[in-house]
Write a protein that binds this ligand. Structure first.
Ligand code: NAP
Length: 514
C-alpha cells in the first residue's frame, strides 16, 4: 500500500473552500470518528496505509459515545464484548460500562494507535460526489475539498437526533432539548419536566433526574419490555487477571458473545420469548407497587419486537410520587404545557425528548451522490439497502459501516463493524493487486441480499410481534436489522467476492495520479 505523509489540512475556514484552492488526494476518506471510523483507520494503519483522513464534524473522537452524555448513559452490552477485539481493556470498572468510560476508551485507543494525526475535527462532510472519469470521490467538507479513491461512511445511524413532530413545539417557552444533546448547563433541580419517549435512552436518564426535579411527566407511546440489569463492579482481582492473563478476558468475551447469540432463537420464534417475558413481568411486580401503574406500563406486544431494555432503576423511578406516566397521545405543545388527546394541559417548564434518531432517513444519505448524480437517499427511497449491508450498486468504492441490515437487537454492533472493516480491507487489497479502479456490487447480488434479508425477517418477532418499531421502515421492510446469527455475517464478509461485483480497471486519468 502507498506510504506517503498524511495530507495536511487546508487552513481552517468557516465555510466551503475558496475556488481554485489546491485539492489534496487521499487513498481513503473516512466520514465520522466513532467506533466505525476509528476502527477503519486503525486497520488501514496496520496495513501500512498513510494516505487517509477521518473527517469528523465535532471536535473529538467517540461518535455516539461522545454525543450521548445524558445522565445515566451506559451501554447495555457488556464491556468485555463492547470494545474492539484488537484493543481489549482489562480495566473496565463495571460489567456494563457507563458512557464516560467508553468515550475515554475510544480516546485512548485513538491516541495509542496514532490515529489522532489522521483526524480532521470540525470538518463536516457537506457533500461526496463520485467522479466516474477520474474514478474518485470529491469530498467537500466545511473546511476544504479532498478527492479520495475510496469513501468509508462511518457516520453511524444514531448520529442525528429526531424530535417529535408535534405542533407548537417551537413555541414552547422553556428549554427543549434532546437526550443526545443534553443541556449540562441547565440545573434541573425543582423544575417541572416533560420527558417524551420511553426508549433505551429515556429509561437511563429518567431515574437520574427523577429525584431532583419537582415533577416529572413521562409521555409514553409504547411501553418497553424491561429486564433486570446484571451490572456489577469488576473486582481488582479480575482486572489483574485480565491484564496479566489476556486469554482469560478473551474467554469471557467469547462467553458473553455466544450467550447473546442464543437470543436469536427467541427472535425467530416469538413463542420462545414467553419465558423471558415472565422474568420481565416478575421484575415489574417486584419493582412497581401501584397496580394501576403496572397496567399502564405493561407491554401488549411480544418481547423482542422492540429493543429489550435492561434497567434496575427505571421502574422504581416511575413509582415515585413526583413522577407520572402519561399514556394519552400528545396532540399539541403550548408555551407552558403539553396537551394530550383527552384535552388535559400538562403544565411543564422543560421538555426533554428521548425520541431517538433519524435512522430511516439519514441526513448523510442526502449528501452522497453516486455515479448517476442521484443521492443515496434517492436510491433508497425510504428503504435503505446495500449488498452485505456495506456496498451499494451505483456508488463505486464506497462502504457504509453499520449500514442497512447491520443493526442488532441482541449482540454487539462492534462485532458487525469489525466484520465490515475486514471486507473494506480485503476489497482494497483486491483492487490494488488486480488494477481495479472502481468496484461496486452487481444489482443482482445486491437484490439477492436484500431479498434474503426480507425472507429471514419473515415470521420473526419484529414482524409478528404486534408492535411498530423503527426496525421496519416506512415501506414495511426490514432495512435496519441483521435478522439472524452474527457469525454468518462475519464469515460472509471475511473475503471480497469478485463474482458479486462490477470491477472496472484503472482508467488512464486515475493511473496518471498514482
Ligand atoms: P428509541 O429507542 O428510538 O426510542 C424513542 C422513544 O421515543 C420511543 O419510546 C418512542 O415511542 C418515543 N417517541 C418517538 N416519537 C414520539 C412521539 N412523537 N411522541 C411520543 N413518543 C415518541 O430512541 P433511544 O431511546 O434514543 O434509543 C435509540 C437507540 O439507541 C436504541 O435502539 C439503541 O440501539 C441505542 N441505545 C443504546 C443504548 C445502550 O445501552 N447500548 C442506550 C441508549 C440508546 P414508540 O416506541 O412508540 O416509537
Amino acid at each position: 500500500m502507498t506510504q506517503v505523509e498524511p495530507t495536511p489540512a487546508p487552513a481552517p475556514s468557516e465555510s466551503t473552500p475558496e475556488a481554485g484552492a489546491p485539492i489534496a488526494h487521499l487513498a481513503v476518506a473516512i466520514v465520522g470518528n466513532g467506533f466505525s471510523g476509528l476502527g477503519t483507520a486503525i486497520r488501514l494503519r496496520q496495513a501500512g496505509e498513510d494516505n487517509f483522513l477521518i473527517f469528523e464534524r465535532h471536535d473529538d473522537v467517540g461518535g455516539t459515545w461522545r454525543d450521548n452524555s445524558y445522565p445515566g448513559c451506559a451501554c447495555d452490552v457488556p464491556s468485555h464484548l463492547y470494545s474492539f477485539s484488537f484493543a481489549p481493556n482489562p480495566d473496565w470498572s463495571r460489567s456494563f460500562s457507563a458512557q464516560p468510560e467508553i468515550h475515554a476508551y475510544l480516546q485512548r485507543v485513538s491516541a495509542e494507535y496514532g490515529i489522532d494525526r489522521f483526524t480532521r475535527n470540525r470538518h463536516e462532510v457537506l457533500d461526496a460526489t463520485w467522479d466516474d472519469d477520474a474514478q474518485h470521490w470529491v469530498v467537500t467538507t466545511s473546511q476544504g475539498v479532498w478527492t479520495a479513491d475510496v469513501l468509508v461512511l462511518g457516520s453511524g445511524a444514531l448520529s442525528d437526533p429526531s424530535f417529535p413532530d408535534v405542533p407548537g413545539l417551537e413555541d414552547f417557552e422553556g428549554p427543549v432539548f434532546h437526550s443526545a444533546t443534553w443541556r449540562h448547563d441547565l440545573d434541573l433541580r425543582g423544575r417541572r419536566i416533560a420527558v417524551i419517549g420511553t426508549g433505551a435512552s429515556a429509561i437511563q436518564f429518567v431515574p437520574e433526574i427523577a429525584p431532583v426535579v419537582d415533577t416529572l411527566e413521562v409521555f409514553q407511546r409504547t411501553p418497553p419490555w424491561i429486564m433486570p440489569r446484571g451490572d456489577r463492579a469488576i473486582t481488582r482481582a479480575e482486572k489483574l487477571l485480565f491484564r496479566y492473563v489476556p486469554p482469560a478476558q478473551r474467554l469471557v468475551r467469547e462467553a458473553i458473545y455466544w450467550a447473546r447469540e442464543t437470543f436469536v432463537f427467541g427472535f425467530k420464534d416469538p413463542r420462545r420469548m414467553a419465558k423471558a417475558a415472565k422474568i420481565a413481568e416478575a421484575h415489574m411486580r417486584r419493582q412497581v407497587r401501584d397496580p394501576e401503574l403496572r397496567e399502564k406500563i405493561t407491554p401488549n406486544y411480544a418481547m423482542g419486537c422492540k429493543r429489550i431494555l435492561l434497567s434496575n432503576d427505571y421502574l422504581p423511578a416511575l413509582d415515585r410520587d413526583n413522577v407520572e406516566v402519561v399514556t394519552e397521545k400528545i396532540v399539541e405543545i403550548r408555551p407552558h404545557a403539553v396537551v394530550t388527546a383527552d384535552g388535559t394541559e400538562h403544565e411543564v417548564d422543560t421538555i426533554i425528548a428521548g425520541t431517538g434518531f433519524a435512522i430511516a432517513d439519514l441526513p448523510i444519505s442526502h449528501r452522497v451522490h453516486g455515479r448517476d448524480g442521484r443521492t443515496l437517499a434517492d436510491h433508497w427511497a425510504g428503504s435503505p439497502h446495500a449488498h452485505n449491508g456495506t456496498m451499494i450498486a451505483g456508488f463505486p468504492n464506497a462502504f457504509t459501516l453499520l449500514g442497512p441490515n447491520t443493526g442488532l437487537g441482541h449482540n454487539s454492533v462492534v462485532f458487525m463493524i469489525e466484520s465490515q472493516i475486514a471486507l473494506v480491507m480485503d476489497t482494497l487489497r483486491h483492487m490494488r493487486s488486480h488494477g481495479v479502479g472502481a468496484v461496486e456490487p452487481t444489482r443482482a447480488a445486491q437484490d439477492a441480499f436484500v431479498e434474503e434479508m426480507q425472507r429471514k425477517t419473515e415470521g420473526t418477532v419484529w414482524v409478528d410481534g404486534g408492535c411498530s418499531s423503527w426496525y421496519l421502515d416506512r415501506n414495511g421492510k426490514n432495512s435496519a436489522l441483521w435478522p439472524t446469527f452474527t457469525m454468518p455475517f462475519r464469515r460472509r464478509l471475511r473475503r471480497f467476492r469478485p463474482e458479486e461485483h462490477v470491477l472496472t480497471p484503472v482508467t488512464p486519468a486515475r493511473a496518471g495520479r498514482r
